[in-house]
Design a protein around this ligand. Structure first.
Ligand SMILES: *[C@@H]1O[C@H](CO)[C@@H](O)[C@H](O)[C@H]1NC(C)=O
Ligand SMILES: *[C@@H]1O[C@H](CO)[C@@H](O)[C@H](O)[C@H]1NC(C)=O
Ligand SMILES: *[C@@H]1O[C@H](CO)[C@@H](O)[C@H](O)[C@H]1NC(C)=O
Length: 491
């Protein structure tokens, strides 16, 4: 290139760099799909677009979800599940196939704007012991090669969403250090991320700190200042988020990567399922977080530098998640399972409040309740069974349906199961104790749900003819055999 042309080009580049300044943190959401009531992916994509959400993090690479994201302009992080790690770590060909099937196929004009691949989900979690740890770097190496071959390496970056338990035990942020057994792998990971220009991704949960620790000062979990600030040398911390973030900054500094950008892979607050999980608290936390991030204030160790990206957890409630950690696990959504806004929230993206989903294909307005004409003395096994299959967490202490009485409890459980079974009439029998009604049995805050018709996306539900009758026959028979066995066991 001639010098005469190079100079203006150089000036242009310098000007662009100066004008751009430090990039603002961008807000995204996690979209999990552990639910029996899945709205069609296109409805969910429309919901995100209506709320101007420009980034989404997925936990796998579901083809239906990715197809719906095509042409949406939404930037996507796809996920390689922990279960896939060993295969990808052990085989370059498997990594090639993964990238081909789950990334290359979708990118390009009018396709899906895939920017990141999450390699595993919290693979270093203490409770996994070290079952996934050794796969991470080999899997990243293989996937990176595959991206290079597919000509995507400069566009699609690999990241590893980590749980904060990789470093969280420090008493003050400046003492932050990775768990000893992770030092080597974290150093390799940081080197990898640094060379590819990808952020360190961490999940931060002040709610869990509060939930798990009775001494945790409540106001320190939120963003309105704290009567229990944490003093750390010259720095004072007024909220758990900043403290946690800087603990990670310290841990990264100690392995020589104190400047590595950090993105928040998951952060949020559940709306029920524990005493501190409620609408008011969820709104206060999420709004406080968003205001904090959009102010570009940064933290004491990174003043003026907000996180690279922040993905709220979560977009939607997922009523089939494990409740081992607590009933709140199924209630993290800023929207209910069917895309209805749970509370007013300004995402800072242009809309003053959340907009709810439109054109949700609900099943007919029908509910299953306990037959009022029947004696309900022998009902508890039916209720237990319904709740073992469908979601009844709302009935427990801290839930929106707590305190609706014994009969209300049974009706709620019956309906939950009936909707999960897509209103199959057999699923409201319960030995003659159930009854279908066309009057909404919701009481106050306690909403009796109507399921979603996902027949368009499910081969089984859309079956018809004799084969279908046989399928439902077997399903119903299995249900009653299971129920009978349960009664025998508990008798
Ligand atoms: C692509 O991702 C899907 C869904 O996460 C997974 O089931 C599938 O095995 C992946 N494809 C390959 C070739 O590994
Ligand atoms: C909601 O949770 C907050 C935060 O833990 C708590 O202070 C408040 O008392 C709760 N509100 C209700 C109505 O339970
Ligand atoms: C309703 O069910 C919940 C959950 O099983 C239980 O905690 C509560 O005590 C029940 N209430 C009544 C009145 O039976």
């Amino acid at each position: 290139m001639a010098a005469g042309a190079a100079l203006p080009a150089l000036l242009l580049l310098v000007a662009a760099a100066l004008c751009a300044g430090p990039a603002d943190a961008a807000l995204g959401v996690n979209w999990g799909t552990v639910s029996a009531h899945r709205a069609p992916p296109s409805v969910v994509v429309d919901l995100m677009r209506a709320n101007r959400i420009g980034k989404v993090k997925l936990f796998d690479a579901d083809a239906g979800v990715l197809r719906a994201l095509a042409g949406s302009g939404i930037q996507v992080m796809v996920g390689l599940t922990n279960g896939e790690l060993s295969t990808i770590a052990g085989s370059a060909a498997a990594a090639d196939a993964w990238v081909q099937q789950n990334v290359s196929r979708y990118v390009g004009r009018g396709g899906v704007d895939i920017r990141y691949i999450a390699v595993g989900n919290e693979p270093f979690l203490t409770s996994y012991q070290d079952q996934f740890q050794s796969y991470i770097i080999p899997a990243m190496t293989n996937l990176q090669q595959s991206l290079v071959k597919a000509n995507l390496a400069s566009y699609v970056k690999l990241v590893v969403p980590c749980n904060a338990d990789a470093y969280q035990s420090a008493s003050v942020p400046s003492q932050g250090v990775f768990r000893t057994e992770l030092t080597q792998i974290m150093t390799q990971l940081a080197a990898f991320l640094s060379s590819s220009g990808a952020p360190f991704v961490v999940n931060i949960y002040p709610f869990l700190s509060l939930y798990q620790n009775a001494d945790f000062p409540q106001d320190y979990a939120f963003f309105d200042g704290s009567t229990h600030p944490l003093v750390d040398g010259p720095n004072t911390y007024y909220n758990a988020f900043d403290g946690n973030f800087d603990t990670l900054v310290s841990a990264l500094s100690k392995i020589g990567y104190g400047q590595l950008p950090i993105a928040i892979g998951e952060i949020g607050w559940p709306t029920e399922g524990a005493p501190s999980a409620n609408l008011t608290a969820a709104r206060a936390f999420n709004q406080g977080l968003i205001n904090r991030i959009t102010s570009n204030k940064g933290t004491p160790l990174r003043p003026g530098v907000p996180p690279a990206d922040v993905y709220l957890f979560s977009l939607l409630d997922e009523e089939q998640k494990s409740i081992l950690p607590g009933n709140f696990e199924r209630h993290w959504g800023i929207f209910s399972f069917d895309g209805q806004a749970k509370y007013p929230l300004n995402l800072g993206l242009g809309n003053p409040v959340l907009k709810s989903a439109k054109e949700v294909p609900y099943l007919p307005s029908r509910w299953c309740i306990a037959n009022p004409a029947r004696n309900l003395d022998s009902i508890s096994d039916h209720m237990k069974l319904a709740c073992s299959m469908a979601d009844c967490t709302n009935l427990e202490y801290g839930g929106s349906c707590y305190g609706i009485g014994p009969k209300g409890n049974v009706s709620y459980a019956f309906n939950s199961y009936y909707q999960q079974q897509k209103q199959d009439p057999n699923s409201c029998d319960f030995g003659g104790l159930g009854m279908i009604t066309y009057l909404d049995p919701s009481m106050g805050e306690c909403h009796f749900l109507v399921g979603i018709d996902d027949s368009k996306s499910s081969a089984i539900a859309s079956c018809s003819g004799p084969c279908c009758a046989v399928f439902w026959g077997i399903t119903a028979l299995g249900f009653w055999v299971f129920m009978y066995l349960r009664m025998m066991v508990s008798a």
